[in-house]
Design a protein around this ligand. Structure first.
Ligand code: DX5
Ligand code: ZN
Length: 216
């Protein structure tokens, strides 16, 4: 079974509480939360106050994706704000191993992410230290981009490696997942699929129904 993790980056922030209730009622278990700093990626999204506010509204699992430089500065506060999982980018951190340890010591799951241009060998040293790997299938920075097909091989290779080493690691895919390619990406071996625009554009509940039906 594959899990869908809607990304609130594509939400209507004037109606965020309402949309989160709608997602939960439609059967969402994992909420993907994209934090951008305008340095590691060109755009700025949101931070602690939003996470703290929505934490009061729902019990869903908060999968926090930090697209920020030197994330070690902030992991404590993200944990305190209600994150269940914190994922850092291998390209954005000079002390990946220590930061992953720190995240786990805070009682939160730890994840590592890599952009499409970054080889799998860059995250290999950390595979024993993480609960999830977030494979970016667009360049981190914006919602609504097109899935980069070259990344499919990366997913297949990582799936093989996780299975071969019997690692307790969730393989999560982020970027450009839509109704047309969802099956193809599931077949490559993903455990969790993030989707922003394809969930929020149009009718939220109908979109959720479509995805959850395919992923059964
Ligand atoms: C991109 C973010 C993604 C994004 C996905 O930098 O990490 O989580 O919200 O949005 P879609 O599904 O629209 O590509
Ligand atoms: Zn993301």
């Amino acid at each position: 079974m594959t899990t869908l993790a809607p990304s609130i980056l594509s939400a209507d922030f004037a109606q965020l509480g309402q949309q989160i209730s709608e997602l939960e009622q439609a059967g969402t278990k994992v909420l993907h939360i994209d934090v951008m700093d305008g340095v590691f990626v060109p755009s700025i999204s949101f931070g602690f106050p939003i996470i703290r506010s929505i934490r009061k509204k729902t019990e869903m699992f908060f999968d926090v994706h930090l697209m920020i430089t030197d994330p070690e500065r902030y992991v404590e506060e993200f944990a305190r704000s209600g994150s269940d999982s914190i994922t850092i980018h291998v390209e954005a951190c000079d002390c990946v191993s220590d930061t992953l340890d720190k995240i786990r010591s805070l009682g939160v799951e730890a994840g590592i992410s890599l952009n499409p241009g970054t080889p799998l060998s860059d995250i290999d040293p950390y595979l024993e230290q993480v609960d999830r790997v977030l494979v970016m299938t667009v360049n981190a920075g914006f919602g609504g981009q097109q899935y980069i097909e070259e990344c499919t091989d990366k997913i297949i290779m990582l799936r093989r490696e996780i299975d071969r080493r019997r690692l307790p690691v969730t393989l999560e895919i982020d970027g450009g997942v839509n109704k047309e390619n969802v099956k193809h990406i599931m077949d490559a071996g993903a455990d969790v699929l993030v989707s922003g625009s394809a969930v929020f554009n149009g009718n939220l509940t109908e979109n959720m129904r479509y995805f959850l039906d395919v992923m059964k």
